[in-house]
Structure formats: C-alpha cells, structure tokens
Write a new protein. Structure first.
Length: 207
C-alpha cells in the first residue's frame, strides 16, 4: 500500500486514519484497511491486460486519497457529534469500493456502452457501463457489506442495504462520468459524489 502512495498521499492517509480511529473505533479503521487491500488487489489484477490497454495506474497521489477518503472521514466526524452510528460510513466505503471494482475489474471484460448516446466505447471510458463492470460493482459493495457484518454486527438485511447503497453510488459515479468525458469534473470529483450518494442513502436507512 505504501509503495503505491506518494509522500503527500501517505501523509493524508495517516491523517484520515487517525481521525477515523479517534472518532470512530478500531472497526471503522479496519473497514478502511479492507477497502485499501481490496483496491490494491483490484488494481493489480489483470496488470498485463490493463497495461496493454494503457489504463493501468499504479501510483496513487494525495488526490486519490482525498477523493476516496474525504467523505467517509467527514461522515465519521459528523456522526461522532450527531450520533449517526456506523451505517452511513459503511455505505460510503461500500460506494467507493463498488466504483473501484467497476473501474479496475470491469475493464477486463464485457462490451462497454456509453450512457451518452448508448454507443460502444473503449474499455476505461468514463460514463460507460458493461455487464462485467456491473457485476464487479455489485461484488465490491457486497464485500464491504459482508465485512461489516463481522466488524459491526449488522444484520444480513442491513448488509444487503449497504450493498445496494454502494452500488447506487457507483451508478451515480458513472452518470457523472459522462460529464467528466466532456471536460466537466474529474475522476476525483466523481469519486467524491459517489461516496456522498452512499453516505446519504446510509443516512436515509437509519432515519
């Protein structure tokens, strides 16, 4: 993990991690580590195919850490004062994991179709969907839901809601990816929107 982060990215990771540990608990921090481990595995899987397609990204900067970790950290801080509990946080993590699986594993199969005009596009195009990407997106959010059952003791039905919340966040990320392809926003901004959607659905679940 450290090898994939530059120094500012590592520093920001430590700051986010300390905030999550101090205002959440060790289970919150463990869920972040599960996300990081799953992300690294998804990134490294199919290395040769991704490199041939020109879409392999190994190094991660502070922008990557910020776009994936900002909203979950804010949710932990706000939840500490508002008494939300872990569900919005779990849903935010599920959303970024879902998006990571879709973007890193979804490119390895299927025939992506852009939501802008519903035409076939090359793998890795923002704002596009494929059958493989959709399945991987569900798998990513489900992995977080299952992990949360053990870490936080949530019920299987709540884990299913977490899975759907994460998947919804990834879908919204894809929708905003259409604008990203047109030069409005970046991958970082769509990631932030993705995690916001997950967290908001989590808040609706507990309200």
């Amino acid at each position: 993990m450290v090898a994939m982060l530059d120094k500012p990215g590592l520093a920001l990771t430590i700051i986010f991690g300390l905030a999550i540990l101090l205002l959440g608990d060790f289970s919150y921090l463990l869920l972040v580590f599960i996300f990081l481990i799953l992300s690294i595995m998804a990134t490294k899987y199919g290395y040769h195919e991704k490199k041939e397609m020109g879409i392999y990204e190994h190094d991660r900067s502070w922008e990557n850490v910020l776009s994936n970790g900002l909203v979950p950290t804010i949710v932990v801080v706000a939840g500490f004062f508002m008494g939300w509990g872990p569900i919005p946080y779990i849903c935010a993590i599920a959303a970024v994991t879902s998006d990571k699986f879709a973007s890193e594993l979804g490119v390895l199969g299927g025939n992506p179709i852009s939501l802008d005009g519903f035409k076939r596009v090359k793998a890795g195009t923002s704002g596009a969907v494929s059958s493989t990407g959709t399945l991987m997106s569900l798998a990513g959010s489900a992995a977080v839901g299952i992990a949360a059952m053990f870490l936080f003791g949530i019920s299987p039905s709540t884990a299913l809601l977490v899975t759907l919340a994460g998947f919804a966040g990834s879908l919204v990320d894809t929708l905003f990816g259409v604008f990203e392809e047109k030069g409005f926003g970046t991958k970082g901004t769509t990631n932030i929107i993705c995690s916001i959607v997950g967290a908001l659905i989590g808040l609706m679940v507990i309200s």
